[in-house]
Design a protein around this ligand. Structure first.
Ligand code: SF4
Ligand code: SF4
Length: 487
């Protein structure tokens, strides 16, 4: 049984045919936890190389978008505002209300299907190239650490030495910069939540005038500081639900960061003067790929939950291959199937199925968004009321009305009863309703209908909602008339 364990290692959850011999013992331990269950602090070597350079450009672009986002406006309105506190949502400059909740639900379902499809096809590319956690950790905070404390070896040395002036200066300045960046991130997040103007007010006025906003900012700052200065890779390996999903989402055709075991095995260190005779595989077992890994894993053991596809091991191994005069790409973006069979098929039936579902969802969502009414109206008869008779022989019902003006213009709304001669709508004290931009209106009105136009009991009626001369919606609702034999 034990021997069997030692023999097999899978390169994906669905890779029964893609084995090579690896000591499965690695599955019994975590790279960041020791035998006593204590955290092992990782000191990944400073990454460099072609992939890393590309990631720097992508990071600069994405962080520029992230930090510029709160300042971007469309037609004078925020590009993105997700104000959960006041239930105010602006996406691409358009206002969305809690009444649009079904759209949000559909967006989430569509997003979820997209994530599944993307992961099945391209593995964890998101984690390595676009996830804010990885970008800030590896491309911002870690870089500051390298700059101040040096590479992995110097960091270890610094941590083990007593607190002298150099250590205090280096550690102190690093933590201070970490706090400043955490403040910057928290203010940006706050600006997406309450708007840039409100955030500037909190910053520019005494905390006592915006106590809740100030406390919120401090809490966010504390969380970011904790995550990036201490929690680090644990966010990816122990908390992130997306990471946990990899086991069920990845298939043997998924593109991931992978070690080419056919080329690399059997691995072995180069012995001077006898490389050709003793070396069978290309892996020289130098462990550089492990030393640079920010989650501390050995990618040669196959795809693992901890791998955030940061590409550091690709760059490290490419550098080693160059030095030993072998082709690059021993660790690369590929799939277990491509390595094993020499070819891959990305558009599998599973990918086709998810794509079809995604296209349907996007089509429905686009239709709903594009045909979304500027004015959302709800009309209900006042609960518990039936009807009254008026002096001029009409039957009257009392209605509640609610309008949501989803635009950034003031609206003048008019109601009209359709296809009932002699029927009228009487709004208390006015014949038009003014709704300020992006506001909610609640009111009541009477509908009066000549009794001869009604059936006994429940009647269905249509009410047209006019925005200027244009009908924006027709609402059908029920109207109660007298029952036979009752007055
Ligand atoms: S860096 Fe490349 S050669 Fe060195 S151990 Fe890793 S896979 Fe093998
Ligand atoms: S295994 Fe490679 S790609 Fe995965 S996290 Fe480690 S260094 Fe990054």
């Amino acid at each position: 049984m034990e021997e069997e364990n030692v023999k097999k290692s899978a390169n994906s959850s669905d890779s029964a045919n893609y084995f090579y011999e690896v000591d499965e013992e690695f599955r019994n331990t975590l790279a960041t936890v020791d035998k006593e269950g204590k955290r092992i602090w990782l000191y990944p070597k400073k990454p460099s190389g072609a992939f890393h350079n590309k990631r720097i450009y992508v990071t600069i672009l994405l962080l520029a978008i992230l930090f510029a986002g709160p300042f971007l406006t469309i037609g004078g309105k925020p590009f993105l505002l997700l104000n959960f506190f006041d239930r105010e949502f602006i996406i691409f400059g358009s206002a969305f209300w809690p009444q649009d909740f079904f759209l949000l639900a559909l967006v989430l379902i569509t997003f979820f299907v997209f994530i599944i499809l993307f992961t099945v096809a391209f593995g964890r590319i998101w984690c390595g190239w676009a996830c804010p956690q990885t970008l800030f950790m590896e491309m911002v905070f870690r870089k500051i650490e390298y700059l101040i404390e040096g590479d992995a070896k110097q960091q270890k040395k610094l941590n083990s030495k007593p607190w002298d002036a150099e250590k205090i200066l280096k550690k102190g300045s690093k933590q201070l910069i970490f706090i400043i960046i955490s403040l910057l991130i928290s203010h940006t997040v706050m600006a997406y939540l309450i708007g840039i103007d409100e955030t500037i007010l909190i910053v520019s006025q005494p905390p006592s005038e915006h106590l809740s906003g100030f406390i919120g900012l401090m809490v966010f700052t504390g969380i970011f500081y904790f995550v990036f200065s201490y929690f680090r890779e644990q966010a990816c390996v122990a908390v992130c639900p997306y990471g946990r999903l990899q086991g069920v989402l990845l298939v043997k055709e998924s593109i991931v960061v992978i070690y080419d075991w056919l080329r690399g095995e059997p691995r072995g260190k180069i012995k001077k003067g006898s490389e050709k005779a003793e070396q069978k595989g290309d892996c020289i077992d130098c462990n550089w790929c492990v030393h640079v890994c920010p989650t501390g894993i050995d990618i040669r053991n196959g795809t693992q939950l901890e791998c955030v596809n940061c590409t550091a091991c690709i760059d490290a191994c490419d550098e080693v291959m160059e030095k030993v005069d072998k082709p690059k790409g021993l660790i690369k973006y590929s799939s277990p199937k491509a390595i094993d069979e020499g070819k891959n098929k990305l558009f599998t039936p599973r990918v086709a199925g998810y794509s079809a579902v995604l296209i349907i969802l996007v089509t429905i969502l686009s239709y709903l968004v594009l045909t979304r009414s500027d004015i959302e109206a709800s009309i209900f008869r006042v609960p518990g009321q039936t009807y009254q008779k008026t002096e001029d022989g009409k039957i009257s019902n009392l209605f509640n009305i609610q309008f949501v003006n989803k635009t950034f213009e003031d609206k003048e709304i008019r109601l009209e009863l359709l296809e009932i001669p002699g029927g009228i709508i009487e709004q208390v004290g006015k014949d038009k309703i003014s709704i300020p931009s992006n506001e909610l209106y609640d009111g009541v009105f009477f509908i009066k209908i000549p009794s001869e136009k009604l059936h006994p009991g429940k009647n269905m009626i249509d009410i047209a909602i006019y925005d200027g001369e244009e009908i924006v919606e027709i609402i059908d609702t029920s109207f109660f008339g007298p029952m036979p034999g009752r007055q």
